[in-house]
Design a protein around this ligand. Structure first.
Ligand code: AMP
Length: 552
């Protein structure tokens, strides 16, 4: 309960709205740019142009009958037009809903119907896939196709079909944006969880605005008009970590790779656009680093800092970036948190020799994010870098509920239960040891799957590694290590186990091993441990058992 002191401030009460970020970026940083990768090179648009086109898009949408609170879906890659939708739709009082193009069709259909999207803006390159989904999208009345395309594929779809550029053409380049309540909905994203239906998180104007300002801070992403940020994190995943909004707040230019995300075209895009900073999940960087190792001429020399989040940053990856003069910065967050929670820069005064230790934590809490650790018996634990508990958070850009779905277990007493397990140091550095559902509970003790994966990936012959808990008669659960080896590698599981032997306690060493061609990934590029566990259960994996119980 907030207390009224009976003595008011003399400050203006200006609502924090996306339209203010749009106006600020387009005017004050009008020369900043969004550079998009295309088939034949780069397309550049200034923030001033994007601001004008956002106004045109808003006029177009309004003429289609889209109004306050209506959901506008997007089915797009990271590109300038997608940024226009990010800005225009909330500014006109509607709600932008980036659809996760990588979800399984049933989940995609679920999210569009659950959000009741009335319009969907679709990239031409994604039109064939979208056309197949369309008959199942019950609320969609209009489809707007961005880029050149044969619109006749949607002739019998029973919706009105528009070309994005025709919708904008000739319209006014300013818009009388409404003065919406800062607490009203501006955008929504669905979690990409691997269990159950995806859950909707609805961001407010206020949460987006505050998140954008905090993200730009020097000890966070450190973004300003002097930067050009490569946005690899998809716009359909937690609003691209809010970065397009931070760009308009600060004037930071953006390099958007569109669909050119495979390592080789991505490296070419970096060489051509020359971003100095970047943001993305480890799987993208793993692919890029592997490509760079085999392509000495690829030029990524413009990059100085890469923010890595979404899954743990393995030490080997940090070192591989270091070797190229690029600082990998570890960040943690979640869809329910807009997503920013922590970012790992070493504290002032830390000895150089300690920097890596800090950088390998998930980082320090960003201002406005409050955290607490809850132990197995429900008690709050101290920040002593040792007590392991489940992390709970609260703050102005953290969800208090899912859209249309009760989850009292996740949200309780004004806190969000993150499902992440770890420790916090006295000076506020979070170190996650696992997801609560991935931690391996063996003989009454916990084994961190993340720690084992981090060590395995450091082996020069290991390309990918994922460790999951599997049922064990004697110990409850034991680790199963699934590894992808470098082509031509001559290494055995015994060698890998010996490699781990001086890094973790003996009883934590996996005895079950399996070689796989690829670790299955979720729609946002994280290891899909549920699928590995299922394959194990269904006897689809060729498992070798070493050492067995005698070592425990
Ligand atoms: P999502 O909502 O898809 O972004 O997933 C959020 C979850 O990803 C978090 O609850 C963590 O389990 C995981 N995650 C995100 N960032 C990190 C990180 N830096 N290290 C480890 N896990 C992370």
């Amino acid at each position: 309960m907030v207390e009224d002191l009976g003595f008011a401030s003399t400050m203006m009460d200006i609502p924090l709205q996306v339209r203010r970020l749009l106006d600020h970026g387009a005017r004050v940083h009008g020369a900043s740019r969004v550079i998009t990768a295309t088939d034949d090179g780069l397309r550049e648009r200034t923030f001033a142009e994007i601001g004008a086109r956002a106004a045109q898009l808003a006029h177009g949408l309004r003429d289609l009958g889209i109004g306050a609170g209506d959901r506008v879906g997007t089915f797009q890659w990271n590109n300038d037009r997608h940024v226009e939708a990010y800005l225009a739709v909330p500014s006109m009082g509607s709600v932008v809903h980036p659809l996760n193009i990588r979800l399984f069709p049933e989940q995609l259909i679920f999210t569009a119907n659950h959000a009741a999207d009335r319009v969907v803006i679709v990239d031409n390159s994604l039109l064939p896939g979208f056309a197949k989904l369309l008959p199942a999208l019950t609320s969609v009345e209009h489809v707007i196709v961005a880029g050149d395309a044969d619109l006749s594929v949607l002739d019998d779809a029973g919706v009105a079909v528009h070309s994005y550029e025709s919708l904008l053409e000739g319209r006014a380049t300013t818009y009388d944006w409404p003065d919406v309540d800062e607490r009203s909905a501006a955008a929504m994203c669905y979690t990409s969880g691997t269990t159950g239906d995806p859950k909707g998180v609805v961001y407010s104007h206020r949460s987006i605005y505050l998140h954008a300002l905090a993200e730009a801070l020097p000890d966070v992403f450190d973004l300003s008009y002097r930067d050009l940020l490569l946005g690899v994190v998809p716009q359909f995943h937690v609003l691209a970590w809010g970065l397009p909004y931070t760009a308009f707040a600060t004037g930071c230019s953006m390099a958007m790779p569109d669909r050119f995300l495979a390592p080789e075209p991505l490296a070419r895009f970096i060489a051509a656009a020359r971003p100095n900073k970047a943001a993305g999940v480890p799987t993208v960087w793993a692919g890029l680093l592997q490509h760079l190792a085999a392509a000495p001429d690829a030029d990524v020399s413009s990059l100085t800092e890469v923010v890595v989040g979404g899954s743990a940053l393995p030490e080997a990856m940090m070192k591989a970036f270091d070797a190229r003069g690029i600082t990998a910065l570890h960040a943690w967050g979640m869809t329910e948190m807009s997503p920013l929670g922590t970012l790992a820069r070493p504290p002032a005064g830390a000895a150089e020799a300690d920097h890596d230790r800090y950088r390998l934590t998930q980082g320090r809490f960003v201002p406005s994010v409050e955290a607490r650790l809850i132990g197995p018996d429900g008690d709050e634990l101290p920040w002593d870098d040792e007590s392991v508990g489940e992390l709970e958070v609260r703050g102005p850009w953290i969800a208090d509920a899912y859209y249309g779905a009760d989850d009292p277990d996740k949200f309780h007493d004004g806190w969000l239960r993150t499902g992440d397990v770890g420790v916090i140091s006295p000076d506020g550095y979070l170190r996650l040891t696992d997801r609560s559902k991935d931690v391996i509970k063996s003989g009454g003790e916990w084994i961190s799957s993340v720690e084992l994966e981090g060590h395995l990936i450091a082996h020069p012959d290991v390309v990918e590694a994922s460790v999951v808990g599997v049922p064990d008669d004697r110990w409850g659960e034991r680790p199963l290590a699934a590894v992808v080896l470098r082509e031509g590698a001559q290494i055995t599981f015994d060698d890998l186990r010996a490699f781990l032997a001086d890094k973790v306690a003996r009883w934590q060493l996996p005895e079950r091993w399996t070689l796989v061609a690829e670790i299955p990934k979720t729609s946002v590029g994280k290891f899909d441990k549920k699928r590995i566990r299922r394959s194990y259960r269904e006897d689809e994996l060729d498992v070798t058992t070493l050492g067995s119980d005698r070592d425990r």
